[in-house]
Design a protein around this ligand. Structure first.
Ligand code: SF4
Length: 563
């Protein structure tokens, strides 16, 4: 049995692909369970295969799958439907299985309208998919009704089996890193809250289930041994169990894993103790769902967090040299210029270093979607349209599109015009054992302004001056490779070559192996006309294509000079 697990492309391309690009970790768990049961499985990340559409048929013909499982979100459901169609044309016997969040909430819709879909896996999919594959392999379709957590067609009718039982002991699952390589990991499943815009608790359940810290760190370790050093911990509320998180951090340190990771948390589950250990263990950023500065709107969204908790979380997170990233939603029920002003006021109080601003969208699985269906008699057939989601404002006559767009513009402007001041307000805890991390914090932030996301935003003024200040702050704590490089590049861009050489020379002295520092220093010596000196750095990098170009230039200049 050859099984492909495909993560299809979304309907629309995005300028920021980070959220949609990676294959969800659940797919790797499904793959690992199948591998443990000796199936031939491959995971294909096809989030952008529509850019080379002929590859779809080519790959399917080459791999000859018997079963294709699709990981379906609302955004990529059309991609899945289109690929399934092609697969069926190439081989009418291939079995198509849809799983994932959108399939869980739209299983009937998919089976009703798309004959190319044979089965839907509903909810947590590892064992349901394994059992289904076993029956398909044996051709034993009579027993499909015994497989919990699936839906299919039987004698022209759509049938759903009993729900699958949530996996209580997550450690019983194989660690997918044994078979695959990826950066998104998860420690727990489930969320006890019920925000009205979110389908996560309905999908994973409201009771939180955890891996053991030992299992989770082993997971990181296997990936680390494969060369992965940056992780996204994708749990909805990573810090909900303080003791477990601290144990994870201590284990990361004991194993001396040199990793960097980011996580998501709830403002009410943060204190100095947990932040200290998270920072020591490599955490550089925590994202918090704030949603709105208006308590009235947060109540309408059933967010259940208090303004004081938000303020506290942001001050403490920054104090420990971790970037606090704020998720805000706008265009919510009862949104107005007054509530937007409340959000602006909150932004000024918490001074986030990064904000992610979304227009509220409603999806199956969320209470707001059910309310919308009741209110307007809209059925799931709405998803026959080629849309990725439904903006809440489209369902509310009190919210005009242009006003909602203006809300977003105002929020972004407010952030960008004040980001310099927000960065300046950060006051790091004075603990000597964290100085190296503090240096890392400032240098990362500096790079965000000099080369990262903020470097492209026109509304932010004096970016290189901000970056310069941050790199200097970094070096005031500890020697930092990124800060030397960043400062050197700033000076180089300003044509202050001597100054650049001074900074980069110090960097090379401390980090003699650094390719970037040696290259940059070589180039700056070239800028000063000292080609022999430049060669002394560039010749260390003969294997590098970029360096070879500059080496050649140096020799040319030296020959010209002699003749
Ligand atoms: S938004 Fe976060 S806290 Fe709220 S229900 Fe979803 S996962 Fe839970």
């Amino acid at each position: 049995m050859k099984i492909l697990l495909i993560y299809p492309y979304p309907l629309f391309d995005r300028s920021q692909e980070e959220d949609i690009k990676p294959v969800p970790i659940g797919v790797y768990y499904v793959g690992a369970v199948l591998k443990e049961n000796h199936y031939d499985v491959e995971v294909l990340n096809w989030y952008n295969i529509h850019k080379t559409p002929q590859r779809i048929a080519e790959v399917l013909l080459e791999k000859e799958p018997d079963i294709i499982g699709f990981s379906i979100l609302n955004a990529n459901r059309w991609g899945g439907i289109e690929i399934a169609e092609i697969a069926k044309q190439l081989n009418p016997d291939v079995k198509i299985v849809f799983g994932g969040v959108a399939s869980t909430f739209l299983w009937k819709h998919f089976l009703k309208h798309f004959p190319q879909i044979d089965f839907v896996v509903i909810g947590e999919g590892e064992y349901a998919f394994l059992d289904l594959v076993g029956l398909i392999e044996k051709g034993n379709y009579k027993k499909l009704g015994n497989v919990k957590g699936i839906a299919f067609r039987k004698n022209g009718k759509i049938v759903r089996t009993k729900p699958a039982d949530p996996i209580q002991n997550l450690d019983e699952l194989p660690i997918p890193a044994q078979y695959f390589e990826y950066q998104h990991v998860s420690f727990s499943r489930g969320c006890p809250w019920k925000c009205t815009f979110c389908g996560s608790p309905k999908f994973w359940g409201q009771k939180i289930r955890f891996h053991s810290p030992e299992n989770f760190v082993r997971h990181l370790e296997i990936l680390h041994d494969k060369g992965v050093t940056f992780f996204y911990v994708s749990d909805d509320n990573f810090t909900i169990n303080k003791n477990r998180v601290i144990e994870i951090c201590k284990r990361i340190l004991e194993k001396d894993l040199k990793i960097v990771w980011v996580a998501i948390s709830r403002v009410s589950y943060i204190d100095e103790d947990i932040l200290y250990w998270m920072r020591k263990a490599g955490c550089t950023q925590i994202s918090y769902g704030i949603e709105s500065g208006s308590e009235k709107i947060r109540d309408l969204l059933n967010k259940k967090i208090k303004t004081e908790e938000i303020k506290n979380a942001f001050v403490l997170t920054h104090k420990y040299g971790i970037i606090a990233r704020a998720y805000f939603i706008y265009g919510s029920p009862e949104e107005s210029w007054e509530t937007i002003q409340e959000t602006i006021d909150l932004i000024h109080q918490i001074k986030p270093l990064i904000c992610v601003l979304y227009i509220l969208e409603i999806y199956p699985g969320a209470k707001l979607y059910l309310d919308f269906q009741k209110k307007s008699n809209v059925t799931d057939d709405i998803w026959l349209k080629r849309i990725e989601g439904i903006c809440y404002f489209e369902t509310d006559p009190n919210l005009a599109q242009e006003t909602v767009f203006a809300f977003g513009k105002k929020l972004r402007t407010e952030l960008y015009e004040n980001i310099d001041q927000f960065v300046e307000s950060v006051s790091l805890v004075d603990k000597q054992e964290l100085y190296e991390m503090h240096s890392d914090f400032w240098s990362r932030l500096g790079m965000t302004f000099s080369h990262g996301d903020y470097s492209k935003i026109e509304a932010i003024k004096d970016k290189d001056k901000i970056a310069e200040r941050l790199f200097k702050k970094s070096l005031s704590y500890y020697p930092n490779h990124r800060a030397y490089l960043g400062l050197g590049l700033i000076k180089q861009n300003r044509k202050e070559f001597e100054e650049s050489v001074k900074i980069l020379s110090k960097g090379v002295e401390l980090f003699p192996e650094s390719e970037e520092l040696n290259l940059c220093l070589g180039i700056n010596h070239m800028n000063l006309g000292d080609y022999n000196k430049a060669l002394s750095y560039l010749l260390k990098l003969q294997h590098s294509k970029e360096a070879s170009y500059y080496i050649e230039q140096c020799y040319k200049e030296l020959v010209t000079f002699k003749s």
